[in-house]
Design a protein around this ligand. Structure first.
Ligand code: PFF
Length: 438
């Protein structure tokens, strides 16, 4: 068999995984979900979900990928568990589904990037968002974002994306810190911090059934779990790496960027409107532009900010498309370019309802994040905990000499707490799922 690709360096793997993890989920989705589900209460459940479910689950995906050295669908067969291939299939389908509306939001970002050059949205950010977020405009920019994603995946992701992610992650952090400082200086920003950072446990207790699925879904989505991305990426790591350290670093950086986005958005919203919950999917597209309009060189800041968000979105969208493409290329021997273009076209069409009406986008997103994703993660956790079992611990230990009893603790966590938590989340989500908008 020909030598398989491998990451050139450990940092290359970590950055590519961070590239997938850090995206619209952190900068766009996290703030508006937090706003919708009660602010700090949501943050508390989100952080707990990252620690209790996210980190053990990302390690579970790593272990499958590295052990099998195969992408998602082939991995289960390679591990001698062909009957579990359905896990990979659900993941691949979930990625396909998610990319359809992710690309619509990516299109908004391109629109705002081009608008930044002239300050097009400075005058009336709320109205501007209303005008460009749905309808023909949104469809055109959705097409453009899909085209970019297809272009990168069709022509290979080495070099370009690896280099881009190396600059991107530090740049996002620096810019977000800068914007967060700016937000801090605005009069009236104080209540924003309170809303975001000081949890009202009474409110939390009353709304647990809605906050839990939303926050857990967000944590898993943000870590790019469930859709087989981390299985695929880990299939390219060689043995001498510490999976626990990698998983922890990715989770910490990823959550930090989400929290930074919150420290930008909530103080800004507080200083402008004092209204958080109603901001919806437009939160970041209204609050940040309003701040930029007041800044000297606002256009320049806008170009840099939305440029970076675009890179973050692309380094996630390509990971979603790559999983589907690599499955078809690896397992069915089709050629990469036409497959990528064909898939891109189908995903574009699937995204049309989301581009046409924001309510559809919410529905697609809800189905992906609250149902398909927890279902896929539930199956991964069960598979690694109960089916792979000792092999999984053995794989986790490879390259990590001083793991001690941590491997066993991880296994038992997967088998019990993590499994139950994901199951509970899924059950709550199913219970609450509402039908499609008409
Ligand atoms: N983690 C990405 C984000 O936060 O934007 C979204 C994502 C990418 C989710 C890839 C799942 C995935 F497999």
């Amino acid at each position: 068999m020909a030598d398989r690709d491998a990451w050139a360096s450990r940092l290359g793997f970590i950055l590519a995984a961070i590239g997938s993890a850090v995206g619209l989920g952190n900068i766009w989705r996290f703030p508006y979900q937090t706003a919708e589900f009660g602010g700090a209460a949501f943050l508390v459940v989100y952080v707990l979900a990252v620690l209790v479910i996210g980190i053990p689950a990302i390690l579970a995906e790593f272990v499958i990928g590295r052990r099998a050295e195969m992408s998602a669908i082939g991995a289960f067969e390679k591990l001698g568990r062909k009957e579990w291939t359905v896990i990979g299939a659900i993941g691949v389908f979930g990625g396909f589904w998610t990319l359809s509306y992710y690309s619509v939001v990516g299109g908004w970002v391109i629109r705002y990037l081009t608008g930044s050059f002239t300050g097009a949205y400075f005058g009336a950010p709320g109205e501007y968002f209303g005008a460009v977020s749905a309808g023909m405009d949104a469809i055109a920019f959705h097409a453009l974002f899909m085209l970019l994603t297809v272009g990168i995946v069709a022509f290979g992701i080495e070099g370009g994306i690896e280099k881009a992610t190396k600059v991107m992650v530090p740049a996002i952090v620096l810019l977000m810190v800068g914007l967060a400082f700016f937000a801090y200086t605005l009069p009236g920003s104080g209540p924003g911090y309170e809303f975001f950072l000081s949890p009202d446990f009474g409110v939390l207790a009353d709304n647990l059934a809605t906050v839990i699925p939303a926050a857990v879904g967000q944590a898993l989505f943000s870590l790019s779990l469930g859709f087989s991305v981390m299985i695929t990426y880990a299939s390219y790591i060689s043995d001498d790496k510490s999976l626990p350290v990698d998983g922890l670093s990715i989770a910490v950086v990823n959550s930090l960027i989400g929290i930074l986005a919150g420290l930008v958005v909530f103080p800004l919203l507080a200083s402008q409107t004092g209204e958080y919950g109603g901001a919806g999917p437009g939160a970041i597209f209204v609050s940040v532009p309003t701040a930029l309009a007041r800044l000297p060189l606002g256009e320049l800041f806008g170009v840099v900010f939305f440029g970076i968000v675009l890179i973050a979105a692309l380094s996630s969208s390509i990971s979603l498309l790559e999983v589907v493409v690599s499955y078809l290329v690896d397992n069915h021997g089709v050629s990469r370019k036409p497959t990528t273009v064909g898939l891109g076209s189908v995903i574009f069409v699937l995204g049309l309802p989301s581009a046409w009406k924001t309510a559809w986008l919410g529905w697609f997103d809800g189905l992906a994040v609250n149902l398909i994703l927890p279902l896929a993660v539930l199956l991964v956790v069960f598979f690694v905990g109960w089916v792979m079992a000792d092999d999984a611990v053995d794989e986790l230990r490879r390259g990590t000499s001083d793991l001690g009893t941590l491997g066993t603790v991880w296994l038992w966590a997967l088998r019990t707490v993590v499994l139950l938590a994901v199951f509970g989340t899924l059950a709550l989500s199913v219970f609450q799922f509402t039908g499609a908008p008409v």
